[in-house]
Design a protein around this ligand. Structure first.
Ligand SMILES: O=C(O)COP(=O)(O)O
Ligand SMILES: [Mg+2]
Length: 232
């Protein structure tokens, strides 16, 4: 599978560019501790990440990926606010880039692709993380999970990027680790790449209809057929 005529590349953040789970798990467990609730192992919290901060908080309060229908709205709001306060303090303590991410993004940027982040993470955290990891200047645009009324798997964020950049969905590619990324791309009539090393709620990324599945982030370069030669 080769992608032709792509101008803009839309990247998911958590589980695709960065492994943020250690800091998310730390902050979730600090929140649970503040509420006198028991902590959860990082591996369990990893399977809850991908639908934004509020859903993550509700899953933590439910102790399950299935959100309890009995959660009290005011209690969720209090827990979410505690979680966000802790996460702001921990946003880049143990968060790391996945292999080959920085060099690949730099090559793509030098080659003229327009790079965008489309994440379900609250927008306020995204630029600070990108700055910390030395990626901030590579991204023309960031759309967070709370930037618009709807987030992935809804296509709204992707459609908004197309309209803002003035680029057709057929000239964009969505790259992510989760079925939310693939479903949002399909609904926005955009091709997609699924990466196998991320979270995806512990499920196999192969079964959601991605245009291409890759194990290594660097292989995105080979999958793109550029109008001009890629610059090393
Ligand atoms: O915060 C989350 O839910 C993760 O967001 P992302 O995988 O869409 O970057
Ligand atoms: Mg993700």
């Amino acid at each position: 599978m080769k992608f032709t005529n792509k101008d803009a590349l839309l990247f998911d953040l958590d589980g695709t560019l960065i492994d943020s789970v250690p800091d998310l798990a730390l902050s979730i467990n600090q929140m649970l501790n503040a509420l006198d609730m028991k902590p959860y192992p990082t591996d369990i919290i990893r399977s809850w990440v991908g639908n934004g901060a509020e859903v993550l908080t509700k899953r933590a309060l439910s102790g399950s990926i299935e959100i309890s229908p009995d959660l009290n709205t005011a209690y969720v709001e209090k827990a979410l606010s505690i979680f966000l306060t802790y996460y702001e303090q921990n946003v880049c303590v143990e968060t790391t880039l996945y292999p080959n991410v920085k060099s690949t993004l730099e090559t793509l940027h030098r080659s003229g692709y327009r790079l965008v982040i489309v994440t379900n993470k609250p927008e306020q955290f995204v630029r600070p993380i990108l700055k910390h990891l030395g990626l901030n200047d590579l991204f023309e645009m960031v759309v967070g999970g709370d930037s618009l009324p709807k987030r992935k798997p809804d296509p709204m964020q992707l459609t908004y990027v197309c309209e803002t950049l003035g680029v057709a969905p057929s000239n964009c590619l969505m790259i992510g680790d989760s079925k939310n990324d693939i479903f949002a791309a399909t609904a926005a009539q955009m091709q997609s790449v699924g990466l196998t090393y991320g979270y995806n709620h512990g499920e196999d990324i192969n079964s959601h209809g991605a245009s291409l599945i890759l194990d290594n982030f660097a292989d995105i370069i080979d999958a793109l057929v550029p109008a001009t030669e890629l610059v090393d």
